[in-house]
Design a protein around this ligand. Sequence first.
Ligand code: ADP
Ligand code: ZN
Length: 734
Amino acid sequence: APNTADTPEFFPEGARVAVLTSQPLDRLLDYKAPADGCFRGAFVEVPLGPRKVLGVIWGPGSGDFDLAKLRSVIRVLDVAPMRDEMRAFLSKAADYTLTPLSAMLRLATRAPGLSDPPSMRKILRLGSAAPDRMTDARQRVLAVMEEFGGMAFTPKELAEMAGVTPSVVKGLVKQQALIEVETPRDTAYPHLDPELPGKTLTADQEAAAGALAKAVDSGAYGTTLLKGVTGSGKTEVYLEAVAACLRKGRQALVLLPEIALTAEFLKRVEARFGATPAEWHSGATMTERRRVWRMVGQGAAQLVIGARSALFLPYRDLGLIIVDEEHDTSYKQDEGVMYNARDMAVLRAAMCSAQVVLASATPSLETWANAEAGKYKRLDLKSRFGASVLPEMRAVDMRSKALQPSTWISPTLKEAMAERLERGEQSLLFLNRRGFAPVTICRACGTQVACDNCDARMVEHRFMKRLMCHQCGATKPVPTECPSCGVEGKMAPVGPGIERLSEEAAGLFPDARIAVLSSDLFGSARALKARIEEIAAGEADIILGTQLVAKGHNFPLLTLVGVIDADLGLQGSDLRAGERTFQLMRQVAGRAGRAERPGVALMQSFQPEHPVIRAILSGDEEEFWRAEAEQRRIAGVPPYGRMAGIVLSGTDLAQVFDLGNHLARNNGPLMQAGAQLFGPAPAPIARVRGRHRVRLLIKADKGVALQDAISRWLAPVRLKGDLRLNVDIDPQNF
Ligand code: ADP
Ligand code: ZN
């Protein structure tokens, strides 16, 4: 139940500790308790080999060891202990993702300096005793304390506010009319006020907000899909759910894809609640992260806006988790602990009786199916807010267009752009390819330049005058002669990238102000955000963007979206390709006509009759989802079947494959469980930073206890040399 302080259970002797090791460790280690004992959930420092490491007391000692021979916990850290519910969450998450507990623990302790004692300061609170002799000066001090109620001051602050000398305050402390308390030096977050008036909601929005508020009020677990086209007011609606949560005195978390964490978003929250909330993301300073971690733990941060790892903060009483743009693939962490923040949010909420809101214009098929099956509730916002309407969507059939070589803007699109320029409106060209050209090829022998570390092709980036590998980030100069045949002057860029497209647009419209939004063109997330805000303010006529622009930005002057290659995502054998393309195209199209100006989206395609393109154009989403769902059902893949990937990696390809083949041969536990095993085969990303990656895929019916079978199968594995094994439950690519 929420709000009950966990009762610390005291272990006077031995304790089992979850230890933060660099080598993932799935066991708890036994230690002797320090002289004054320790308790469940306490953060401790323990010896491990020659080092001192961070750990959490998980339970009493196993009793398997002679206490006298055990090493002792070094010290108990001065931070709030980990709550039972958090430990249960980490254990379950570790079991689900088949991740060692130590790796899970690392996610939950990512506050730097956690093991240092916090810097403390003395503050004063009202004591119970009355001073033996009341003076004017003393009276003034006590009046200040009373006036400011719960607030605490340092002795110096208090003396200043009351206009007395420090000795007066000291006297009151001596007589216990004031009590000195030590607290960490972190500054508190300003109070968020849910009672400030929100926007007046439309009837549709009101109904959805009411349903969410009611769910939050229930104090029970539940998940709701909040589905609505871009601009329908999903954010306004879920902020009302946040208000309901704050009213109950519980904490709320809004998860956003990292790139959507903009100043614009924070301003909206501030407008609603009167103050800025805590922020948790990779760009935050160490000091700020540490402050958030502590404040969240004390329950003093009412609302956290964060990227996926904010899920692992030590909330005191979490009542609501919003996952905005829940379909976004960046919620899936693909390295280290492979977890999907959306699914973990649901797990976490179930453990602390919280509500989850999954918001999206284009939900993932998994979420759509869970709503269909009645596992999640579903709320729909049918129309855009105000006068804004969804853009008209049209296909431009590229088969009938004879374009100049190395140009990609069709005459239809060009004409539409010219109209926008004339009217002082913005156009957005979308091409999901960073760099200048995706391929650099030798026109003499046909060799393509590939990365030395990975198998990926190198992409030319003109602005830095180098070729770059989009997998590992390695760069090298553009070769003047072919690395294979040695012929000079024949290396040529092939295909469109966003930089090359900007050259084409500049050639067509020399007077237009052109802005390129591609993640690699910005040194920092901050610089990118600043640029996006300038563009929103109208400081560009033509915007060129990679998938960055698909996410949650509001450009009021934008009335035309041109999708350069709508077929791009439909190639390849990826079963999710249709879903991804559908989502991306709808999101991009949703950028146009957000304000009072109606928009148009033009999709250049060589296969306008493709079912995905047709569904985008017709806007019949449910039909699209049903067709997709049927395909997955037939293939027996998630959400209608279970899947897992085993990714093996190492520097020696033969060794990696040997291990893969060995696992494939010794597949007893999987076969007994009725699962199927495929591979080993090169992983979707076959080589990264000089390491080869090989994947085994496991498929099973819904009812199979997959994790259990996999653990039994992998239990005998001992990794030699630099071999690594990662389990990927519910892989994104299959
Ligand atoms: P979504 O999250 O679905 O994309 P938003 O909540 O961002 O939609 O709403 C789109 C725009 O419309 C925002 O600028 C928002 O402030 C505005 N808006 C939505 N609903 C209302 C309302 N009821 N009153 C005033 N403005 C609203
Ligand atoms: Zn590379």
